[in-house]
Design a binder for this molecule. Sequence first.
Ligand code: HEC
Ligand code: HEC
Ligand code: HEC
Ligand code: HEC
Ligand code: HEC
Length: 224
Amino acid sequence: MATPGGNIFPKWTNSLRVVAAIGGVGVAVYAGAVITFGFSPQATDIGYAPVQPVPYSHALHAGKLGIDCRYCHTSVETAANANVPSAQICMGCHSNVTLPEDRRSRIALVEQSFKEGKPAIEWVRVHDLPDYAYFNHSAHVRRGVGCVSCHGRVDAMDVVYQSQPLSMQWCLDCHRHPEKHLRPLDQITNMSWAPPGGDQVAYGLELKKQYGIHPSQDCSTCHR
Ligand code: HEC
Ligand code: HEC
Ligand code: HEC
Ligand code: HEC
Ligand code: HEC
């Protein structure tokens, strides 16, 4: 996760820019740096799905029950980071929804965390960019990029997994051709939205013009 505002792009990248510019000459140096800094498994592993401390299911809550993403991820439109909800948000329902005896234990940690404040539920991070890469949720969801473009059909996942590579190439592919992903601002969390007429590129190009979308490809946009 990037530290907001911090200057955290390490010095070695300056030399890498040169290496990249002169092509093959510095391959060994470059490969070493990639292995050291660019290959954290969370940042590249499609399908990474860590076991969570509570068997919370998006398929049930966001899918079947139809709860909007922003009910829990409240900061996603206003901040760089999307928050994970506190036990309090869960208990807004679960103090009324009583699970049957044989499944009671599944919610025990949430109840305990709510009552005592401790232990906080230690959700395991699924998506995690290296610290030298800066990402910002609000800059995307307020400009017409929906959750599904980057996280897949979360509303069908019992356990959240990483559905996209989160590589630099992946970021740049969309920054070059955002029309493949743009949607109206009121459909950001709608996982099954489809463009009217079915032609995403034509529709996306129209929105791109209307919203004045020009994603940056400057190094300093994502490495600051
Ligand atoms: C009722 C609350 C709730 C709702 C509604 C909800 N989420 Fe979540 N979300 C959570 C919790 C709790 C976690 C942490 C546990 C986990 O990863 O399953 C989480 C984790 C995530 C993660 C993984 C975060 C990481 O660690 O990288 C993503 C992505 C995500 N949610 C996207 C969505 C999307 C998209 C929607 C709407 C379709 C949504 N969520 C709706 C509660 C919610
Ligand atoms: C809008 C209401 C609502 C909210 C908010 C909510 N839940 Fe639920 N949850 C439900 C309902 C309804 C069920 C299904 C109850 C049943 O199966 O009888 C459920 C079921 C569950 C179950 C049991 C699933 C199973 O396999 O039996 C768990 C665990 C759970 N919720 C965790 C959470 C957590 C953690 C949060 C907060 C991140 C949360 N819930 C937020 C309504 C909610
Ligand atoms: C343009 C791609 C993109 C879009 C759109 C997007 N996310 Fe993410 N999301 C990411 C990336 C990349 C990360 C990892 C960020 C990091 O490690 O700094 C992430 C991380 C998360 C996390 C973990 C906490 C965090 O902020 O690191 C949650 C929760 C989450 N996203 C939910 C959502 C929800 C809900 C939506 C839609 C309202 C959404 N995201 C839209 C790319 C995206
Ligand atoms: C699915 C499309 C898509 C993907 C994937 C994507 N972006 Fe973006 N990004 C956009 C769009 C669209 C904008 C908004 C451009 C505008 O406002 O003109 C944007 C804006 C940004 C901004 C804000 C720039 C500013 O001027 O403040 C940052 C930072 C950013 N993206 C970083 C990333 C990173 C890092 C990744 C990969 C982890 C990524 N993006 C992946 C489409 C995408
Ligand atoms: C749209 C966002 C974005 C832009 C623009 C961008 N990068 Fe990156 N870059 C990333 C992300 C995200 C990663 C981390 C990828 C990973 O973890 O696999 C990364 C990783 C890197 C790495 C580490 C090695 C690697 O390839 O994984 C280097 C070096 C790098 N970037 C240099 C640059 C240079 C030089 C530029 C300008 C020409 C640039 N980046 C522009 C998002 C971006």
